[in-house]
Structures are given as structure tokens and as C-alpha cells.
Design a protein around this ligand. Structure first.
Ligand code: FUB
Length: 476
């Protein structure tokens, strides 16, 4: 049975050629010659099938969860309706968790799903976001809550938590348990959150925007300091850091430090210069598996720009005195932290680089990869085959004539170690399991799931897994 398939969801539909162009553009546009990666193996931006913006990373239970905004295709403003969640165990293969929070979650919100942050407290996850309050027409801060880092999230209050017409909340919980909510553009305000994380004590308080605290801006008498928006507050070795989008426009990323969570702040300089064809930028910093990571956004994907942005990440090391080095955008991104185990079930939507594919909610839960045309592929980086794989199994569906999943190593045209046929299954969400033999997949390799077949959409994939050969599989 052949079932017609509607147009794919809004996405960037990167072609293979365009993907390589991205890598080359980034290399030549923003990376100093001395640190140009040798191979155009782009793993930045992190996500290729939708535009993402305003990164907010959270480390939880051995994974980095990344909360982002979502720029609509072809936007000519910050036209943003929902937020997205991604996660990784190795900083390069990112799992798409879809959109567990949108404007519709907040009955009182009308528009502008802008830059938020999620924090965990006592096993619950609180996602603070700026949205437009339909009753007042002003920007307000809402808070959503979930028992899981991937949602679903519900509106915790049914009304704004705070409202002063300003944006970009960040939340920091100090060692003594006191939580602080900071937000603002053009001002910078904080309030002490109660332990329930959905109410506060005392009044919202303005942080004095002094040039000593936030640097000197020239040319705008209304904005004498560099502070613009996007605060990100955290503590390291007893020192409080406030990283922010500076100047406008184009923005760069700067930071200040303080001996306490409410200041006094001292301006410390640039974290990331103005780069990357988006006039905004937005910081997020975490430590994970012994390294520090800086998340930001740019306009690096095809069709990308100030309103069609993409989140990227770099690994960095603090200087010995605790200062942050200058970090440049790269197309290579962060190195892989560990490897990926092919002998446990992996979601098809765990992707280091996707070309041509989209994702969608799966009838079996989570997401699946879909809207696959002939020649599209998914790269999975650093797959630890160890002494060898003997077979490949995948959960697939097809409402057309199906196609073939080619298992290639090293590149989309690399050595084929297996081919799995996918038949028509009776529908795009009618799932079946297919298997095929594998030979020659040993060691640690970049795996390319390359899809081939006739014209039109071929198949959907929900998950995959290899079986080891006669010898033992790696233990990680
Ligand atoms: O994404 C909309 C707005 O652009 C954010 O709230 C700002 O931080 C800037 O990135």
C-alpha cells in the first residue's frame, strides 16, 4: 500500500553539498588561519535540520541537556513559537527530544518564545522563559515545570512569574540553596527565588549597570555600558561569573565577575568576539566530564542569519587565574568526549551531522528520523565497534516503496559494511524491524547511515543497533 506523504515539517533541508559549504564558509569566515581545522568535517552547528537559538545547557545524570529556542524558516524577525530539547553523552552526537514546550503551554502568552534556561532542583526541572503577555502586551517571565529533563513541561503558575517588559531569564542556585533569577534588556534585574522555584521573596532589584561593572559602550548615550541582554550566571571556585551578550549590534559575548551573587560586578572583557553572521549571540557555559564548554549561536547554516540562527559549541579551558580565554567560533566544534556504543539501542535521531533529513514525533515514543530522500544521510561520530560487528538491526517504517540503509564508514561515500533493505510497511508510522549482516566494521569509526532508493520519501527510522561478532564488544 502506498500512502501519500505531506510536506515535511519546517526545517532547513540541508543538502550534502550545502553542508560542506557551511564547513568551508565557517573555516574561512571566522576561524583564524592558525586554528583552522584540517578537514572540513563540520560538527558545528550542533543541529542541522531546524534552526536553533539561545542555548541553555544543563548537565544531569551523565548527559548534557540543551534547551534552545527555534527560529522559524525564512524569518524576518524573532518569530519564535516553541522551544526544543537536545541531549548528548559525548558532546558530538546529539539526540533530538522534540518540542516539549511552546507558546501554547502558557495560556496567557501571545508570542515571542525567546531565550530561556532550565535548572533542576529536587528532581524537578524548571524552565524559565520570556514570552509576550497577551493581556499587557509586555514581555514577561514564565516558568514551566516537569519531572523529566525532556518534559513534557506544564505552566507552573498559569500567569507570569515576574513582568517588567524585559527578557532573557537565567537562574543560579548558590551553594547555600538560595536561588536567584536574573533577567533584562535594557536593564539587569534579579530577584531571590523561594525554594519552590516558582515564587520569590523581596522585590526585584536592579543591578547597577556601571562601566566598572559592565564595560564602556560608545555611541549610545542611553546605553553607557556594554551589557545588552542574555545573562548567564554561575559560580566557579568561589567566584561568581555573569556572561552576557554585549553591545548592539552586532553583539559579542563579554563577562563580569563578582565576589557574591548580587555583585559588585567587575568587567573582565571579551569571551567571544563578534563573529558568525548573526547580529545577536547568546552564551551558555557548563562543565561536563572534566572539560568546560561554551555554547553560542550564529547564522552558519544555509539560509542562516540574524533571524535564522543555529546553536554551536566549543570546548575551552579557564586560565589559571580563573579568567575566560577568548573563544572563536569553529566549524569543527567540540571534540568527542568518549565514544558511542553501537551494541545498545541508539535512537535514529542521535545525530552528529544530518544531511537532508528531518525528525518528527514517533508513534512509538520519542522522535524518529523521516522525510528521507535518496542520498540523504545521518552521521554518527566515534562509534566503537571494537573487534567487530556481525549484524545491524533497525526499526523502520515506510509508506512508499521503501529503500536501502547503507552502512558506510568514514564518509557518506565511504566503505559499505552492510546494506539493509526496507520494504513498504503499510504506513509512515507502521513500524517493523529489519536486520542485515555486517562485515568489516571494527575499531572506532564515524558511521554514516546513508539512504538510497527511488524518488520521493523512502523510509523512516526510529532506532538502530548492531550485534557484536564472535569476539567481545567494548564495555563502554
Ligand atoms: O531569540 C530572541 C532574542 O534574541 C533573545 O531573547 C535574545 O537573547 C537574542 O538572542
Amino acid at each position: 500500500m502506498m500512502t501519500a506523504r505531506p510536506l515535511p515539517p519546517a526545517g532547513t533541508r540541508l543538502t550534502r553539498a550545502a553542508a560542506w559549504v557551511v564547513g568551508l564558509l565557517l573555516v574561512f569566515a571566522v576561524v583564524p588561519a592558525a586554528v583552522q581545522p584540517t578537514a572540513a568535517r563540520a560538527d558545528n552547528p550542533i543541529v542541522q535540520h531546524v534552526y536553533t537559538a539561545d542555548p541553555a545547557p544543563l548537565v544531569h545524570d551523565g548527559r548534557v541537556y540543551l534547551y534552545t529556542g527555534h527560529d522559524e524558516d525564512g524569518s524576518t524577525y524573532f518569530t519564535m513559537k516553541d522551544w526544543r530539547v537536545w541531549s548528548t553523552a559525548d558532546m558530538v552526537n546529539w539526540t533530538d527530544h522534540g518540542s516539549p514546550l511552546s507558546l501554547t503551554t502558557f495560556s496567557w502568552a501571545s508570542a515571542d518564545a525567546w531565550a530561556g534556561q532550565t535548572v533542576e532542583r529536587n528532581g524537578r526541572f524548571y524552565w524559565y522563559v520570556p514570552v509576550k503577555n497577551k493581556a499587557t502586551g509586555r514581555m514577561a517571565i514564565g516558568v514551566a515545570v516537569s519531572d523529566s529533563p525532556t518534559g513534557p513541561f506544564r505552566d507552573a503558575l498559569g500567569r507570569p512569574l515576574v513582568e517588567n517588559g524585559e527578557i532573557d531569564p537565567t537562574v543560579f542556585i548558590d551553594d547555600d540553596g538560595q536561588a536567584y533569577l536574573y533577567w533584562g534588556n535594557p536593564n539587569l534585574t534579579y530577584v531571590r527565588l523561594n525554594a519552590d522555584m516558582t515564587s520569590y521573596s523581596g522585590s526585584p532589584t536592579r543591578i547597577p549597570l556601571t562601566t566598572a561593572g559592565f564595560g564602556t559602550r560608545t555611541g549610545d548615550p542611553n546605553r553607557p555600558t556594554l551589557y545588552e541582554e542574555g545573562p548567564w550566571v554561575y559560580k566557579r571556585n568561589g567566584l561568581y561569573y555573569l556572561v552576557f551578550a554585549a553591545k548592539c549590534c552586532s553583539e559579542f559575548i563579554a563577562y563580569s565577575t563578582a565576589p557574591g551573587p548580587t555583585g559588585p560586578w567587575t568587567y573582565r572583557g571579551t569571551v567571544m568576539p563578534t563573529q558568525g553572521s548573526s547580529f545577536t549571540n547568546h552564551p551558555g557555559i557548563v562543565d561536563f566530564k572534566g572539560s568546560s564548554y561554551f555554547f553560542y549561536h550564529n547564522g552558519a547554516l544555509p539560509g542562516g542569519g540574524g533571524y535564522t540562527r543555529s546553536v554551536a559549541v566549543e570546548r575551552f579551558s579557564y586560565n589559571a587565574d580563573g579568567t575566560i580565554p577568548t573563544i572563536n567560533m569553529t566549524n569543527a566544534g567540540a571534540p568527542q568526549a568518549g565514544t558511542l556504543n553501537p551494541y545498545v539501542r541508539q535512537e535514529a535521531e542521535t545525530i552528529a551531522w544530518g544531511s537532508g533529513i528531518e525528525t518528527e514525533p514517533s508513534s512509538e515514543g520519542g522522535m524518529n528520523v523521516g522525510w528521507i530522500d535518496n542520498g540523504d544521510y545521518v552521521k554518527v561520530k566515534g562509534v566503537a565497534f571494537g573487534s567487530g560487528a556481525s549484524s545491524f538491526t533497525a526499526r523502520v517504517a515506510s509508506g512508499s516503496g521503501g529503500g536501502t540503509v547503507e552502512l558506510r564508514l568514514g564518509s557518506p561515500s565511504g566503505t559499505v559494511v552492510g546494506r539493509c533493505g526496507v520494504p513498504n510497511t503499510g504506513g509512515w508510522q507502521t513500524w517493523t524491524t529489519v536486520s542485515c549482516p555486517v562485515t568489516g566494521a571494527t575499531g572506532t569509526q564515524d558511521l554514516y547511515l546513508r539512504f538510497s532508493g527511488g524518488s520521493g520519501y523512502l523510509l523512516n527510522m526510529n532506532w538502530w543497533q548492531f550485534s557484536p561478532g564472535a569476539t567481545a564488544a567494548p564495555t563502554h
